[in-house]
Design a protein around this ligand. Structure first.
Ligand code: MN3
Length: 210
């Protein structure tokens, strides 16, 4: 019996809404096949572990060491894929782009020097990620004397920064499935174009939550 604890969220816009920057074909496959697959595989992994049914995908990722070893890798990959893509659709929108405002812009400037420097560093980290993964802007976990701060990092596969205690404010998917049909092997072109669809209002909401 499939418990369907976790469900695929609807795209908040039409499949072709992010054109010309991200094609309709990419969005259809990315949402309906890839993201749907993570949700399906997560539900299947959890099927025999009813003690985990009440936990959100985020809670699972933040406490991977408490997930039974038999399904830990499946949960890491598929809860990761689910959480990462659920965020990804929300932080994009048609007619997006430009710059953030207010406290987020101030902190970006303080941390990276300028908005352009921030974008360059983010793009570089995304371009350098070998194989599949994500590039993130996170609020780091504060430890002892170390204060939480903004940082750009990249993760492999579907690993989410939450598993290391960092809060992901925004992230871009650099798996080939995110761009290959349109940008072929030229990941840096995709990384540059992606800024045109960033939904800064949503990113600011996430920034203000942390
Ligand atoms: Mn993806």
């Amino acid at each position: 019996m499939n418990k369907n604890i976790h469900t695929l969220p609807q795209l908040p816009y039409a499949y072709d809404a992010l054109e010309p920057y991200i094609s309709k074909e990419i969005m259809e496959l990315h949402h309906d096949k890839h993201h749907a697959g993570y949700v399906k595989n997560l539900n299947e992994a959890l099927e025999k572990f009813s003690e985990l049914f009440g936990k959100s995908a985020e809670e699972l990722l933040m406490n991977l060491n408490t997930v039974p070893e038999a399904i830990r890798m499946a949960v890491r990959n598929n809860a990761g894929g689910h959480v990462n893509h659920s965020m990804f659709w929300e932080i994009m929108k048609p007619g997006g782009g430009g710059e953030p405002t207010g406290a987020l812009l101030e902190e970006i400037k303080k941390t990276f020097g300028s908005f352009e420097e921030f974008q360059n560093t983010f793009n570089e980290a995304g371009a350098k990620r070998f194989g599949s993964g994500w590039v993130w802007l996170v609020r780091t976990h504060s430890t002892g004397s170390g204060q939480a701060k903004l940082e750009i990092l990249s993760t492999a596969n579907q690993d989410n920064p939450m598993s290391d205690g960092h809060y992901p404010i925004m992230g871009n998917d650099v798996w080939e499935h995110a761009y290959y049909l349109q940008y072929k092997n030229v990941r840096p072109d995709y990384l540059k174009a992606w800024w045109n669809v960033v939904n800064w209002q949503e990113v600011e909401k996430r920034f203000n939550k942390t």
